[in-house]
Design a protein around this ligand. Structure first.
Ligand code: SF4
Length: 384
């Protein structure tokens, strides 16, 4: 009996997986890249490769692919990107056909959700083609995370028409001067809220909002941001500040625990745990006690530092330059772009690479442990 981890705690052990029957008619994923290639993942056990599913050595199954399609962004959020950041040359970034091909192969290995990220994905000149290509090649759910600074009804309708189903929007402050200092952009909270209204009008739902709280910077705004959930009937999520900034300025004194944020909001509105979150979901959600049980207004807490959810993680990431990152905090990443651009690379070779890379996925981020090492790559070049 194979044990696939859906919801257990962080303490996971290396499972010896029994032989899995290969899917009927599906050739074993072959391994086209050089055995000693340092940019390539070591081979996963044959029985895992024969199963043609992305499973890691802790028994977790990958169902969500976070696809970064660009490292460019028009914001310079203090917890993410330094003002002096240099973007990658275009030829290093995956092309639209390459992105669609990886999405198609990943879907054949069990991926059910693809989230398009960046940098800022709306900056990609072929975003519509990417969405449409993934739509045509797969039946996965297609979502996008955006800072909503460049949304228009025409663009939203075009992306929806192409296959985009829902969006998540980042908003870390409702105070214009603070928003400007946080994002180092000319955009305003009003612009972002206009984007929220447009997305709701165009049916890109369920819509979620994300805010990263930094102590002494915007943590006092949690109750005000929570009101957005009631105002728009959406899920407002608070993310604990993580050590992934290119400036390496993260320190624990600036981090606000989800429990503290929950108390601050609870002082204004009583919150009740929904208790229906998927095991692999990053957020733990709450509803407002004074609203009907089925109201869509919710508050979510994403607490990777105080309450890691790695035990049931189902995510894999692909960076805009084609590196597979099994974990957000991976300090090792695998170069799929070289394989994609290799002579006559087969889909099976790409599948084998994804399966092998997944097998190397670490148990968790280890942020609070002495061994923790902040990845060399910052959030803006990984994608949310
Ligand atoms: S830190 Fe890594 S293992 Fe943990 S939830 Fe995030 S991606 Fe998954």
């Amino acid at each position: 009996m194979i044990q696939v981890n859906g919801g257990s705690s962080m303490a996971v052990s290396r499972l010896s997986l029994p032989q899995l029957a290969p899917r009927a008619g599906a050739p074993a994923a072959d391994r086209a890249h050089a055995p000693d290639c340092s940019e390539c993942p070591p081979p996963a056990p044959d029985h895992v490769r024969a199963a043609r599913r992305m499973i890691d050595s802790h028994g977790r199954v990958i169902r969500d692919l976070r696809l970064s399609i660009t490292d460019r962004c028009n914001f310079r959020c203090v917890y993410c990107m330094d003002p002096g950041v240099r973007f990658m040359e275009r030829e290093r970034l995956l092309t639209t056909p390459e992105i669609i091909r990886v999405a198609r192969v990943a879907a054949s290995l069990g991926v059910r959700k693809i989230r398009l990220t960046g940098g800022e994905p709306t900056l990609h000149p072929e975003l519509t083609e990417i969405i449409g290509g993934i739509r045509a090649a797969t039946d996965v759910e297609i979502a996008m995370i955006t800072n909503a600074s460049r949304l228009s009804r025409a663009a939203l309708r075009e992306w929806k028409q192409a296959g985009l189903e829902r969006v998540t929007i980042s908003i870390d402050s409702l105070r214009p001067e603070r928003f400007a200092r946080l994002t180092r952009s000319t955009c305003t909270p009003g612009d972002v809220l206009d984007g929220v209204s447009m997305c709701l009008d165009e049916g890109l739902t369920p819509l979620k909002l994300n805010a990263v709280l930094i102590r002494g910077f915007n943590d006092d705004e949690a109750p005000m941001l929570a009101e957005l959930a009631r105002r728009f009937g959406i899920e407002m999520r608070f993310i604990e500040y993580m050590p992934l900034d290119s400036g390496r300025a993260w320190d624990p004194s600036k981090w606000v625990a989800a429990a503290e944020t929950r108390r601050a909001i609870g002082a204004r509105h009583e919150l009740v745990a929904c208790g229906d979150d998927e095991a692999s979901s990053t957020a733990r959600t709450y509803r407002f006690a004074d609203l009907p049980r089925d109201a869509s207004a919710r508050i979510g807490f994403i607490a990777p530092v105080s309450s890691p959810f790695c035990g049931a993680c189902s995510r894999l990431r692909l960076t805009a330059d084609g590196k597979v990152r099994p974990c957000l905090f991976s300090t090792r990443e695998w170069d799929l772009r070289a394989l994609l651009r290799g002579p006559s690379t087969s889909d099976d070779a790409i599948a084998g690479f994804l399966i092998d890379a997944t097998w190397t996925k670490q148990a968790g981020h280890g942020i609070a442990t002495p061994e923790f090492e902040q990845p060399a790559r910052s959030m803006s070049a990984i994608g949310g």
